[in-house]
Write a protein that binds this ligand. Structure first.
Ligand code: MN
Length: 237
């Protein structure tokens, strides 16, 4: 029964990227107890030093990206939830369309950045176990998968993300593009590897050479973390 309820929870979690927070996997989104039993989202610390990914990612970029941009999404998410609560209390939903949009943008921004820091690693690594086999079976090999992932990430229109995700209905891996933080997401799929291609992620060092940043970053994916995320999603085999 325990494994069934766990699977059900993961299926539910897959319906929203924010649900990743509930499974306690690496990259789970930090929460702090708020008033009246509610939870406020909090900025998680980087899992390594700001200069740990030099020279691929420079310290200045990491400080601005984490301390300013990611922090801004956390702040925006909490502020939006407070506005929605105020709207409910006032019985005034005139702003609900804009607030719903803000909720998806800031909430997804917070989740994606939390996943991003955790799925990078100063040390090289490779996919393990079930993920290794799934990549071989579904993509024809690691090199083919990473070629598609890099191509998808490089060609995101404007600001967005490239990602590898697990889709539980088809029990398959998908390579997806997200525009901004929330557009084009495949409902139900859960990201297990995300690559930020907003210009704030790379522009100080790479300027307009997004593909150079993506190529360098792909060598510093923490595949141990990605493998664990995959294992948690597929459950006991
Ligand atoms: Mn970013």
């Amino acid at each position: 029964m325990e494994s069934l309820s766990r699977r059900e929870m993961l299926m539910w979690a897959g319906a929203s990227a924010a649900g990743v927070a509930t499974i306690g996997a690496p990259g789970g989104v930090a929460l702090a107890a708020g008033a009246a039993g509610t939870k406020e989202y909090t900025l998680p610390p980087l899992p390594y030093e700001y200069n740990a990914l030099e020279p691929v990612l420079d310290e200045k970029t990491m400080r601005i990206h984490h301390d300013k941009h990611h922090a801004g999404y956390v702040k925006g998410l909490n502020a939006t939830l407070q506005k929605l609560e105020a709207a409910r209390k006032a019985g005034d939903f005139s702003a609900v369309q804009a607030l719903s949009r803000a909720l998806a943008f800031h909430g997804s921004g917070h989740v994606l950045h939390s996943l991003y820091w955790e799925n990078l690693n100063p040390e090289p690594s490779k996919p393990g176990g079930a993920l290794h086999h799934a990549i071989n079976d579904q993509f024809g090999g690691f090199e083919t998968m990473t070629a598609q992932l890099a191509a998808a990430t490089n060609t995101v229109a404007g600001s967005g993300w490239g990602l590898l995700a697990y889709e539980p209905l088809g029990k398959r891996l998908l390579i997806l593009q997200i525009e901004k933080h929330e557009n084009q997401m495949f409902c139900g799929a859960t990201p297990i590897l995300v690559i930020d291609v907003w210009e704030h992620a790379y522009y100080l060092k790479y300027q307009n050479m997004r593909a150079d940043y993506v190529k360098a970053l792909m060598k510093h994916v923490n595949w141990d973390v990605v493998t664990k995320r995959y294992d948690d999603l597929i459950g006991p085999q």
